[in-house]
Design a protein around this ligand. Sequence first.
Ligand code: IMP
Length: 190
Amino acid sequence: MSFYEPETVVCNGSLFRLYITKEQLDKRVSELAREISRDYKDKKPIFIGILNGAFIFLADLMRHVSIPCEVDFFKLSSYGDEKVSSGHVTERKDLDADVEGRHIVLIEDIVDTGLSMKYMVDRIREKNPASVTVMTLLHKPDATKHYVNVEYVGFQIPTLFVLGYGMDFAQEGRNLPQIYVIDDEYEKKF
Ligand code: IMP
């Protein structure tokens, strides 16, 4: 079996370079799953993936979680097809699960300004869960505009635009098994 693992990719006219490898992702995702399995033992958490970006991270995470748990999805959009957030969150799909009295772990691909995650935490709190915590694969702490407490972070990164492992640029690139970062020097040439 072979994976599509180039060193650079061109996505919608922008050049991206390899940033976080498959090996680094596998290692960190299994560490996060071990931590959550330890912290949520006997709590039967519901993992709520925020679509679209979180689907690959959540799928990989779940395979390493060793305690009883459930999964559901919420769909938001805030980026449109741009590289910067539109500043507005649109709800595209609500939950199916009844979260009242349950322990909820919100799962994101990336927390950038914090707008989407803050919206999600407030939205879930309205439904009276027993607890709500946040896990994100990537966090851009310098980009924070809306503070939200992020308990579990895979990798902290600078304020750079990334692609792959579920994350897109104008809907493309989600299928890349590794994470790529935009090459700004290449951008400036055009
Ligand atoms: P926030 O609401 O500004 O925190 O942005 C969160 C959402 O924007 C994430 O769930 C992603 O879908 C998207 N996003 C933020 N940064 C990036 C990036 O660097 N690449 C791709 N998508 C991103």
